[in-house]
Design a binder for this molecule. Structure first.
Ligand code: BDR
Ligand code: CA
Length: 311
């Protein structure tokens, strides 16, 4: 199986990309607004590829959601990857195709053998589905970080990636593609700490050094916001679940996005009821494999081991 990562790097995106590049056949990245502007997340993606010696196309995508505009959350600092400011800038160019064209071309060329890993707002995928509805048949699976079965992180019930483009998320959820969700309820079970950053620094490698600085910055931001010394491992969880499904438990669930209510906009409505229909009643059909449990320490260990393999 080949993979394209759609991403808004992003401190946790950094770890997800590096992990995926060691464990999966990643053929390209597409970028999207989210943790910063799309110009910044694209620059960050190119710098990450240089650092990891990942010679793959990076195609720039959407700069804003399908409806309205977006607000950058300060948690990722100045340019979306403030903790990685010592990663050298790049002279590499982005792919001349935009993300939507790139996704469609690759999905056609590798139909049945391409999956997506989506780590930011789902705008690129939704736009690509709108331009080429056959994308839903060509793509094998989408593993995404987003949503939650419980509380949110931007509002009481909305998670950042879904909240930044709820219409796009709903279009992807309704597309019929096999979907795997790593939401906040799951990613909070795998937690990164300063000891993990220290271990990466101790490796004495270039990548380990940058990774340690990125994680340390991320932990500092999280402790200011969430009053605890560790941080959830968001984006890598959507990748690790593909490599080590044995560490995860998923439940087939109907998921939709609330688009109307101002207080609940961007919330993922996960129908976790375990019920049989009354006679004549039709229950919503499961459309997402929702991650409900992960062996957190084993998942974190899998991620760090991959980072330590880099020079
Ligand atoms: C998600 O939002 C971004 O801040 C992270 O990169 C992650 O994809 C967590 O809600
Ligand atoms: Ca992200």
């Amino acid at each position: 199986m080949k993979y394209i990562i759609d991403t808004d790097p992003g401190h946790d995106d950094f770890f997800a990309i590096l992990y995926a590049a060691r464990r999966l056949d990643v053929i390209g990245l597409t970028t999207v607004f989210g943790n910063s502007t799309v110009e910044n997340t694209t620059k960050n993606a190119l710098r990450i590829c240089d650092l990891a010696k990942l010679d793959i196309p990076v195609a720039m995508g959407a700069g804003k959601p399908i409806v309205g505009d977006y607000v950058v959350s300060p948690i990722h600092g100045n340019d979306g990857l403030e903790g990685g400011k010592s990663i050298p800038s790049t002279r590499r160019d982005m792919d001349p195709r935009g993300a939507v064209q790139y996704l469609i071309e690759m999905a056609h060329a590798h139909a049945g053998n391409l999956s997506l890993i989506v780590l930011g707002p789902m705008t690129n995928v939704a736009l690509a589905l709108r331009v080429e509805p056959r994308l839903a048949e060509w793509i094998s699976e989408i593993s995404f970080m987003g949503g939650s079965t419980g509380t949110g992180n931007v509002t009481a019930f909305a998670e950042a990636n879904v909240w930044k483009d709820p219409e796009a998320a709903q279009m992807v959820l309704a597309s019929g593609v096999l979907l795997r969700m790593a939401g906040l309820n799951l990613t909070g079970q795998a937690r990164l700490s300063q000891a993990d950053a220290d271990r990466m620094a101790m490796a004495g490698t270039v990548v380990g050094g940058h990774a340690a600085q990125i994680l340390s910055f991320y932990l500092k931001q999280h402790s200011a916001r969430y009053r605890r010394p560790d941080a959830p491992m968001h984006d890598p969880s959507a990748v690790i679940s593909l490599v080590h499904p044995d560490l995860f438990e998923f439940r087939d669930t109907n998921v939709s996005v609330e688009l109307v209510s101002p207080a609940l906009r961007g919330m993922t409505i996960c129908d976790m009821r375990e019920i049989d229909p009354f006679p004549g009643e039709t229950l919503p059909k499961p459309n997402v494999k929702v991650g409900v449990r992960v062996d957190g320490p084993a998942s974190v260990e899998a991620m760090i081991e991959a980072i330590l393999e880099y020079e």
